[in-house]
Design a protein around this ligand. Structure first.
Ligand code: GLA
Length: 378
């Protein structure tokens, strides 16, 4: 990174920062309903080599893109500027710079490198935001605690990029620790570290990139969020997190679509809490049932799954896995599968064969080692 930066900018960077992507164990589409999530950080992520600038300009280059984007840090929301689509990736770092400059940061020259597949539902956008945010704070001597920084990175994605995401991905990238999943209450923003070590229980967690790529700036995510907000308002609660009597709520909603959305969010929150209990008790193999229930709920009630995800879960279970589910926003991306370690190879082979049979792009299997959150490399 340092050499690449010197070749590009003709000087050494002031430092290199790295932020990971994430896998969410359970708690999907709960974050923007003030609920619970349980992500862990991947070893893959985004690195940003950066040098401070004092001219109020942010210049961004990426090893994964040929375009160079130079923009003032005090401009309007990026989304309002009508950037050409080949600059879309740069909206994340520039958006972060624009949000953070209100808190005292300034310009920088950045070189970005990523080993996270994009559109795989592993939060490459949040990793880019968080690595940039840490770099800008360090370069300009601004101290913001990590939960607050996660909020600001989320705000950048909401206001600058125009994607109405919740708080999970940025929190995962900034707050996760190695060997743990992060139990985050998205209302209070309180979090705790939950030990997660499948190997100790002779289990393997597979992360399967289904290669059906998603774009969450598309309308479906926003529509789900709006449906949840509408249901909460009809039920007279601040957020679906507050629904205590599910049967009563379902009975009072007329719209079957809203009923399905409520059913998912309320039960998914319970599944996160139950899962944390199981993990803390060391009952990891029981956790497989939670994954299966979550997948069915996302497929049938929240309606965000996609064919490759359904087939992956189905085939994995038939090959002896304990559980599996789609992760992330949906409509493409990745699936997790929890399997006895002794069967992991058989499960992988069965998934690969199922894709081959359908003439789908072969899936990719990624390491799922709960890793440390964002940090400075040098
Ligand atoms: C995306 C969003 C998150 C969260 C998930 C669904 O990853 O960025 O905030 O809503 O979808 O759980």
């Amino acid at each position: 990174m340092t050499d690449g930066f010197a070749e590009t900018y003709g000087r050494a960077p002031d430092g290199v920062w790295r932020a990971p992507g994430r896998v969410n164990l359970i708690g999907e589409h709960t974050d923007y309903n003030d609920g619970f999530v349980l992500p862990f950080a991947l070893s893959r992520g985004v690195s940003v080599a950066a040098a401070r600038r004092d001219d109020g300009v942010i210049e961004v280059r990426s090893r994964q893109a040929s375009t160079v984007v130079t923009a003032p840090v005090d401009g309007p929301p990026v989304v309002s500027e009508g950037w050409p689509s080949e600059h879309a990736w740069a909206a994340y770092p520039v958006g972060v710079a624009r949000v953070l400059q209100e808190h005292g940061t300034g310009g920088a020259s950045l070189l970005i490198d990523s080993d996270l597949p994009q559109g795989a539902g592993l939060s490459s956008s949040a990793a880019l935001e968080c690595a940039t945010a840490l770099a800008l704070c360090d370069l300009h001597g601004v101290e913001i605690d990590r939960p607050a920084l996660a909020r600001l990175a989320q705000r950048a994605e909401n206001e600058q990029v125009g994607m109405p995401c919740g708080l999970m991905d940025q929190s995962a990238s900034l707050l996760c620790t190695a060997g743990h999943a992060l139990m985050l209450d998205c209302r209070s923003e309180l979090s705790s570290q939950v030990p997660f070590d499948p190997a100790a229980a002779e289990l393997t967690l597979l992360v399967v990139d289904t290669r059906a790529s998603h774009t969450l700036t598309g309308g479906e995510y926003g529509r789900r969020r709006a449906e949840c907000e509408e249901a909460a308002s009809l039920l007279g609660v601040d957020a679906l997190r507050d629904v205590k009597d599910l049967a009563g709520a379902l009975g009072s909603l007329r719209d079957p679509v809203l009923r399905r959305r409520v059913q998912h969010v309320v039960t998914e929150n319970h599944r996160v809490e139950a899962s944390v209990g199981l993990l803390r008790a060391g009952a990891l193999s029981e956790f497989g049932a939670m994954l299966n229930a979550s997948h069915l709920s996302l497929r049938d009630q929240f309606e965000v799954s996609w064919p490759e995800a359904d087939v992956t879960v189905d085939v994995a279970l038939r090959a002896g896995a304990r559980g599996g589910r789609m992760i992330g926003g949906g409509f493409g991306g990745s699936v997790i599968v929890l399997t006895p370690a002794a069967r992991a190879e058989k499960v992988r082979d069965a998934i690969t064969a199922a894709y081959e049979k359908r003439a789908w792009t072969p899936p990719e299997f990624l390491d799922a080692i709960p890793s440390q959150g964002a940090h400075r490399l040098n």
